[in-house]
Design a protein around this ligand. Structure first.
Ligand code: 5GP
Length: 203
């Protein structure tokens, strides 16, 4: 007799220091993969071309604090002097509906999710670190992007150097090459994770 199987969604957490090519990789994944992108909240000012509700939900400090108090965030952290947070409810609803979710968060946020109290979230988690090329290349990329001041670039590079030490905490590490190669590697991870026996539910 054939049995029917289904599974809950996978929570893909991707972290990479600024300038590692993560934004391009995430944009490509959003366009081409069957997953839901979790739009974070932030108190940082929008960059040119960023769309409220699509890139981030841009909040005032007071609104952000209100949502922290209301317990709306699955995790939140201060990064480069601004606050960033992942809303819990949409993530959990999508996972329960069997949709894979992608969240792009820093190493503090990834650690918070890895150690969160909710066993459903911990089971769903697949965390991936994108290891950038060397720091000089990162500096070149950040300078080319020209969205930060020299001081902000220095701060991002100092954070990048610290974050690059944390790759061992992640289940997967992709050594970043081109967007195409990184995308292909990420897709391999997505496929393999979808076949994990422990994710299957027998109906
Ligand atoms: P950016 O300001 O360049 O868009 O993002 C700065 C850093 O904040 C990146 O490392 C990004 O992954 C991280 N980030 C974005 N959204 C969140 C979030 O919701 N939570 C946490 N902890 N980090 C986030």
């Amino acid at each position: 007799m054939s049995k029917k199987f289904s599974r809950y969604g996978i929570l893909f957490v991707i972290s990479a220091p600024s300038g590692a090519g993560k934004t391009t990789l995430v944009a490509a994944l959003r366009q081409t993969s069957d997953l839901v992108y979790s739009v974070s909240c932030t108190t940082r000012a929008p960059r040119a071309g960023e769309i409220d509700g699509e890139d981030y939900q841009f909040l005032s400090d007071a609104d952000f604090r209100g949502r922290v108090k209301a317990g709306d965030f699955l995790e939140h952290a201060q990064v480069h002097g601004d606050y960033y947070g992942t809303l819990g409810q949409p993530v959990i609803t999508n996972l329960k509906n069997g949709m894979d979710v992608l969240i792009d968060i820093d190493t503090q946020g990834a650690a918070a999710i890895r150690h969160c109290d909710d066993p459903f979230i911990r089971q769903a988690l697949t965390d991936v670190f994108i290891m950038p090329p060397d720091l000089e290349e990162l500096r070149r990329r950040l300078m080319k992007r020209a969205t930060e001041t020299a001081q902000q670039i220095d701060s991002r590079l100092a954070t990048a150097a610290r974050e690059m030490e944390l790759w061992r905490d992640y289940r997967y590490t992709i050594i970043s090459r081109s967007v195409e190669e990184d995308l292909q590697k990420f897709r391999h991870i997505m496929s393999a994770e979808a076949y994990l026996s422990r994710r299957l539910i027998q109906n």
